[in-house]
Design a protein around this ligand. Structure first.
Ligand code: G3P
Length: 214
């Protein structure tokens, strides 16, 4: 399974890259706003940190505008993936960008049938948002399972990129279901490293080491 980090904070991306655990980065307009920096400045810095796919989202809601924005964004780095909202105009943009061999990530996906359409349009990635579905008392992980099944049934090459991951269980279940990628915030990456037995075990080793003649 590939692991992307879901952030526009370059310090977090650098830290995760140093740990060797991330294969790419996803951003969205809210994360860029949170960084307090210019969109293009952030992207230019991210592509210097990682060679992996970096999702950058368009803000146009018409396909012509999306395609134009995509043309500018891909100039920033060859690993830029264009994040497109799951709307009718977005599907048109995905089709056009796929024909130009520009990679796309269809975002704001909340149903398996939206994911089916994204695959048909040629999306490179599809991003189901599990946490936001859980927030409204729908089972977010259930749609991941459905999407994996549907893509397997028909041999779609679109990768399932599980997004809006809020906790380690979301990631564990996504991995069990065979999702290709998960994008996780730094908070979850840090949670994954921890286990009380690891901490207790390390404390004991270091304690016992004091009894070893030096
Ligand atoms: O990048 C999309 C996504 O992962 C959003 O997560 O926590 O804002 O629902 P969240």
């Amino acid at each position: 399974m590939e692991l992307f980090i879901d952030t526009a904070d370059v310090n977090e991306i650098r830290e995760a890259a140093e740990m060797g655990v991330i294969d790419g980065v996803t951003t969205n307009p809210s994360l860029i706003a949170k960084s307090g920096r210019k969109f293009t400045d952030v992207l230019k810095e991210i592509v210097k940190i990682t060679d992996g796919p970096v999702s950058a989202e368009v803000i146009s809601v018409d396909s012509v505008g999306m395609i134009k924005e995509a043309g500018e964004l891909v100039k920033i780095g060859e690993n830029i993936v264009i994040k497109i909202p799951m709307i009718e105009e977005g599907l048109k943009a995905v089709k056009a960008l796929t024909e130009r061999e520009i990679k796309t990530n269809v975002t704001l996906v909340f149903s398996p049938l939206q994911a089916l359409l994204a695959a048909k349009a040629g999306a490179t990635y599809v991003s189901p948002f599990v946490g936001r579905l859980d927030d409204i008392a729908h089972d977010g992980l259930e749609i991941v399972d459905d999407i994996v099944t549907i893509y397997d049934n028909y041999g779609y090459m679109t990768k399932v990129l599980v997004a809006s991951i809020r906790n380690p269980i979301h990631l564990l279940q996504s991995a069990r279901m065979g999702a290709d990628v998960a994008t996780v915030p730094m908070k979850v990456i840090k949670q994954l490293t921890k286990h009380p037995l690891t901490e207790r075990g390390l404390e004991k080793f270091l304690e016992d080491w004091k009894n070893v003649p030096q």
